[in-house]
Design a protein around this ligand. Structure first.
Ligand code: GAR
Length: 201
């Protein structure tokens, strides 16, 4: 089975990207990281990825008239590199239904909550404000509905009475780094030999 070509999409720090890149060094990881792309040119994660020897590309969304135009350019960049699977790793942009349909089943996301709870932003602050006793993170396949789609893995952490958004985020992030590589690898393996770029794109 040929290695899948993986693109990691980021918008900022890129710590999940680093976790995936480190995991991809293992000989049995089913994908090569062919591209780390950011919609923000100054994303710290782009520098980190370049320092790790990965191919990087900044595609600033501000240069495009609308979401469709950005997603069309994004898809073209991915196809030009024969990408098979996309991992969203702190990519803070909503993808259009057209883009998601083109890459159906091949986009995976990590979200910092126990979905279906707390879709969207400020997940940790909302969990603390609600008095929740636990929080966590979810790896899921991306569908046209935001922060929805089949769950591949979840991890739970306790919320301490003195937790702040920052302390809780750090506890959850450690779990993100643990579950994302394994869940992504299992999903890529489940795609089987049809993982090569489908010609209908
Ligand atoms: C992570 O906590 C990730 O779950 C979250 O952004 C952070 C990115 O950190 N993603 C979302 O909120 C997506 N809606 P990182 O850049 O260090 O990986």
């Amino acid at each position: 089975m040929p290695e899948a070509r993986l693109a990691i999409l980021i918008s900022g720090r890129g710590s999940n990207m680093v976790a995936l890149a480190n995991a991809a060094r293992a000989p049995d990881f089913p994908a090569d990281i062919a591209l780390v792309l950011s919609n923000k040119a100054d994303a710290q994660g782009l520098e980190t990825a370049a320092a790790m020897g990965l191919e990087t590309l900044a595609l600033p969304h501000r240069g495009f008239a609308n979401r469709e135009a950005f997603d069309t350019a994004l898809s073209a960049e991915l196809k030009a590199r024969h990408i098979d699977v996309i991992a969203l790793a702190g990519f803070m942009r909503i993808l259009t239904p057209g883009f998601i349909r083109q890459w159906e089943g091949r986009i995976v996301n990590i979200h910092p909550s126990l979905l279906p709870k707390y879709q969207g932003l400020d997940t940790h602050a909302r969990a603390i404000a609600a008095g929740d006793r636990e929080a966590g993170c979810t790896v899921h396949v991306v569908t046209e509905r935001l922060d929805d789609g089949p769950v591949l893995a979840q991890a739970r952490v306790p919320i301490a009475p003195d937790d702040t958004e920052a302390t809780l985020a750090a506890r959850v992030l450690a779990q993100e780094h643990r579950i994302y590589p394994a869940a992504l690898a299992a999903h890529i393996r489940s795609l089987g030999p049809k993982q090569a770029c489908p010609d209908q794109r």
